[in-house]
Design a protein. Sequence first.
Length: 422
Amino acid sequence: MTVQSSLNSADLAHIESACAATDTLLDRNYPGDDGSRQPVHTVYVPADKFSPTFAADWGAQGLAAIDANGGLEQLGKLLGQDDELAAAVAPRVAAKLASEPIEDLRLDFEDGFGDRGDEAEDAAAVAAGKAVSAAVAAGTAPPFIGIRFKCFEAPTRARGVRTLDLFVSALASAGELPQGLVLTLPKVTTIDQVKAMDFAVGRLEEIHGLPAGRLRFEVQVETPQLILSHEGISPVAQLAHAVPGRISGLHYGTYDYSASLEISAEYQSMEHPVADLAKEVMQLAVAGTGIRLSDGSTNIMPVGDGAESAWALHGRLVRRSLERGYYQGWDLHPAQLPSRFSATYAFYRQGLPAAAVRLRNYVKQTPGAVMDEPATARALANFILRGLVCGASSAEEVLALTTLDQSQLTLLAHPRLASVSK
């Protein structure tokens, strides 16, 4: 017996019309990740402390701190790595500290700079722009670099805008903007502040003849009002849709957020329950939008007699963030660089063999103990790709384990790129 379809072309047209607005929303507001590199950390430093040799100096200081306390293999064991893993991670961390010790650097004009008066900050903003341009030209700047300026609350708004203007203008006057330029708007409480930032960078693009959308920015989530407003809604979930394509990341601010909720100083932490709730809301808010997430920092520095316990804490917190899908965090001291990279590299190296088997089985349609769906295959490819890009594994290792090169992994992790490139 022949079975014919019951719905006609008019029915389909009605369905298409009913879904048209959804199609537009998904295309415009949920483009997914663009496949570009995400740094594993952001280092914050007072703006006037930056120099062309800053990154190399921090790398040397971080390595010296570890060498004075037993070396990188000993650090790995302190972070819970077995002998084999510690031996594999240590030389990779040493190479990283020598070649690219800082992946993302923010010259800070906010808490790390303070109020030094307009004349001093004007001069520092211009000097920062010139110094960043010089470092990029010399090849000594980190891959990602920019500033954090003062927030858009009333007392500091004009100062923050002026610093942003002077820094970007100094960069523009020196020539092409750094490819990895990042701007950070702190202490956001409302969508209106983000819209104001969108206007500011849009005007700077017009004034300096930059392509529309060139100046993207990060939003620091440091206030409870951004998680839950006075109207009982979550403004952070609306940010991506209020200024589509403009926000590059959401960064959790550990201490401002915790203090706003009156958490005692002793208990303010990246792993406090209030932090986990805020970060889970952030994670839901940006899913599918292409906006990246960053965890915050720990203020326990690995110095003096407490260095080992501070490294152990930092390594554990880095690992915790990675396991929860936060692939970036803040570092505040050169001695945190070794534990950042050691914990990160161990995470990706430990997970590589099993992820590679699952992905290889998926690609080759080989039956295995786990039946992975396309969404999980994308996650597997993205995991392996992140480890490769940050230096935890080599292209040769990944190819041998997966039979896939970096370009193939990228297309598996971000399939939309294939349609965009056509």
